[in-house]
Each structure stands twice: as structure tokens, then as C-alpha cells.
Design a protein around this ligand. Structure first.
Ligand code: ACO
Length: 323
């Protein structure tokens, strides 16, 4: 069986770290509220002039280095973002150029916080379909650029960053011991637009707009839909929650993560957690978490890893893989 295996991970976080206390004299909020309601303690914000493609290029280079590859070995780039440098070209093409790549394809995927899950499933299908041997899959965001800094219910929750993985075709023996992506489950329901959206865009206001969210409603959908999509993907792979070694969830909120793990019957020790240090970095949060866990050698070859995310759309999904 031809499978797509993650052979390298990398990430980049902007230098500037902002602690919860930074918001206390700007808004009617406290470190205590942010910490207990979201699990977030600090986040990184991109510097002025630092664009999504800059973060993404550094994460991609780190993933190439860890895989022992160079840009010339890559057939394509799929990049998930909702905060692109420009309306076009795709951020992926700027990363391509930044890496010195002059061949292959490069395009963006937009599924907000579920973007990396969608991009990874997309790249996996291309690899299994024979369109590519090696694909860089990246999640990169600068959500600080679309925050309403007067809205305490959103601006304290998000951060900037980028994560990347190298996804590579490998021929396995077809046994259950095969490494690589085993299954995916993707969903969207545009009827939920008003729960989470940005109130600007080129074809409407002509502005970038600001993020608007009905947090408590998103929360309720998240817990229910994330547990369901993870179960569906596991079932497709012929696995059960008991087989899972690591859950790598989208890092939006510690309470959503805990409730989802509980519904899946997973102890919190099996969950990779970065939300305290990164905040919600949207499409970047999962590849960031994968890279942090991989850098600490916590993921062992053969481990069953479930990744899952939900975001604006609503769009949600999961991918099951054997590390
Ligand atoms: N500091 C102090 N008080 C606050 C703050 C703040 N920063 N923000 C909101 N509050 C207040 C509210 O005004 C409200 O006050 P009220 O009761 O007087 O009206 C109170 O706290 C409770 O507000 P809720 O919204 O009900 O609080 P909740 O416990 O639901 O927590 C939160 C809010 C953290 C936003 C939560 O709902 C959440 O995490 N939702 C999910 C968000 C998410 O994960 N989005 C995911 C995808 S993001 C993407 O796709 C881009």
C-alpha cells in the first residue's frame, strides 16, 4: 500500500511573547479569567512587517532540515491560512520562492482553524493518487492582524505562529503495522457562518475586517463535533479510541480539549498540549503542537496519532495516522 508518512516537522514562533497580564490595563479582564476560561497563559505576536509567509517559510525550512531534505526534493506545497499576506498570490507560492524552489505546485487552503486538517487530508490524497512524492504541508497565521483589540471576548484568545510537516510517499507491506496516514474525515456546514467569521473582505467591505465569535455556541458545537469526527476517522481506519497513543487537537481552549478527550475516553496524559504557551493560532496550532511533541521525541514510530480541529464555517475534521 502506498501511504503518506510524516518524515519531518518544524515550527516558528515570533519572538515577541505577550503574557495575559499585558491585557489587564488595556481591557476589563484578568490573567485569572483568561487562564481559567481558556487555559491560555501567553501567546506570540508577529512583529510589524513580519508576514504570514515569513513565519511559514521558517517553519517549512525547519521541517525540511528535520527530514534531512532540501527544497529541491519537494513536489508541492499546500498551505493552510486565513490570514494571507495578500489577496493573491497564494502564501504557498511566497514560501516556495523563499525556500528557493522553482518547480512543483504551491497553493493555499482556507478552512480557518480546521485548515491544517483539510490541507493534510488533501496532500495525503494527492500522494496516494500519484500526483506527488513529497509535499510540504504548512499551517501559518497572523491572527493578531484581525483582532478587535476592544473586544475582550476574542482578542485575548489568539496568537501568531507557523508549523509545517514533510509528507512523503512510502510503500508499505499492507499490514496494520504500516506507518502513515490511515484515514481522514472532513466536514463543513455553512449554515453556522454567524458563529465565527471575519466582518470584512475584498468583495464586500474592501477591508481586512475583524474576527467575530459567539464563543459559547462555538464551544458547544466543538465538543460534540470533534468527538464525533475523531470516532468516524478511527472507525474508517479500523481502530478504536483505546488504540490511540496521542491526541493532537487544535489548540483553541483547554476546556474544549479536556471535554473532547473525556468523550473519547482518553486520559489527558495522551493529549499534546501547547495552548497555554501559544494561544489559538488557528491553522498553525496542530503542526505547531506536532513539531513541539516531535522535538521532544514524545511521538514514537508506530504510535497511533489522532489530530482534530474545528473552526469558522463551521468546518471540522480529523486525520488518523501511524507515526
Ligand atoms: N475577561 C473577562 N470577562 C470576559 C472576557 C475576558 N477576556 N471575555 C468574556 N468575558 C465575560 C463575558 O462578557 C461574559 O460576561 P456576562 O456573563 O456578564 O455576559 C462572561 O465572561 C462569560 O462569557 P462566555 O462567553 O459565556 O464565557 P465562556 O465560559 O463560554 O468562555 C470562551 C468564553 C473562552 C470564548 C469560550 O466560549 C470558548 O473558548 N469558545 C470557543 C472558542 C473557540 O475555540 N473557537 C474555536 C475556533 S477559532 C477559529 O476557527 C478561528
Amino acid at each position: 500500500t502506498r501511504r503518506a508518512v510524516i518524515t519531518g516537522t518544524g515550527h516558528y514562533l515570533p519572538e515577541r511573547v505577550v503574557e495575559n497580564s499585558w491585557f489587564e490595563d488595556k481591557l476589563d479582564t484578568t490573567d485569572e479569567w483568561i487562564r481559567t476560561r481558556s487555559g491560555i497563559e501567553r501567546r506570540h505576536f508577529a512583529a510589524e512587517g513580519q508576514a504570514t509567509s515569513d513565519l511559514a517559510t521558517r517553519a517549512a525550512q525547519a521541517a525540511l532540515d528535520r527530514a534531512g531534505l532540501t527544497a529541491g526534493d519537494i513536489d508541492g506545497i499546500v498551505l493552510a491560512t486565513s490570514t494571507p499576506d495578500f489577496t493573491f498570490p497564494a502564501v504557498a507560492t511566497m514560501v516556495q520562492s523563499g525556500l528557493g524552489m522553482t518547480r512543483g505546485f504551491a497553493y493555499d487552503v482556507q478552512a480557518v482553524c480546521a485548515g491544517f486538517v483539510f490541507a493534510l487530508a488533501n496532500a495525503d490524497a494527492m500522494i496516494r493518487g500519484g500526483l506527488a512524492e513529497r509535499v510540504l504541508v504548512i499551517g501559518a497565521e497572523t491572527f493578531s492582524r484581525i483582532m478587535d483589540w476592544t473586544d475582550r471576548s476574542t482578542c485575548v484568545l489568539f496568537g501568531d505562529g507557523a508549523g509545517a510537516v514533510v509528507l512523503e510517499a512510502q510503500e508499505g507491506a499492507g499490514t496494520s503495522g504500516d506507518r502513515g496516514i490511515l484515514s481522514s474525515d472532513l466536514n463543513s456546514d455553512g449554515a453556522y457562518r454567524d458563529l465565527l467569521y471575519v466582518d470584512g473582505g475584498v468583495s464586500t467591505t474592501g477591508t481586512a475586517g475583524h474576527l467575530r465569535m459567539q464563543g459559547n455556541l462555538v464551544f458547544r458545537h466543538a465538543v460534540e463535533k470533534l468527538a464525533r469526527t475523531a470516532h468516524t476517522a478511527l472507525e474508517k481506519a479500523g481502530l478504536a479510541p483505546g488504540d490511540v497513543d496521542w491526541l493532537v487537537p487544535h489548540q483553541a481552549n483547554m476546556r474544549i480539549i479536556t471535554a473532547t478527550a473525556q468523550r473519547m475516553g482518553l486520559p489527558i496524559e495522551k493529549v499534546v498540549l501547547t495552548v497555554a504557551d501559544h494561544g489559538n493560532t488557528s491553522a498553525a496550532s496542530i503542526p505547531l503542537a506536532l513539531s513541539v511533541a516531535d522535538g521532544e521525541d514524545r511521538l514514537k514510530p508506530g504510535d497511533v496519532v489522532v489530530i482534530e480541529a474545528i473552526g469558522g464555517g463551521l468546518s471540522w475534521g480529523s486525520v488518523v495516522l501511524r507515526w
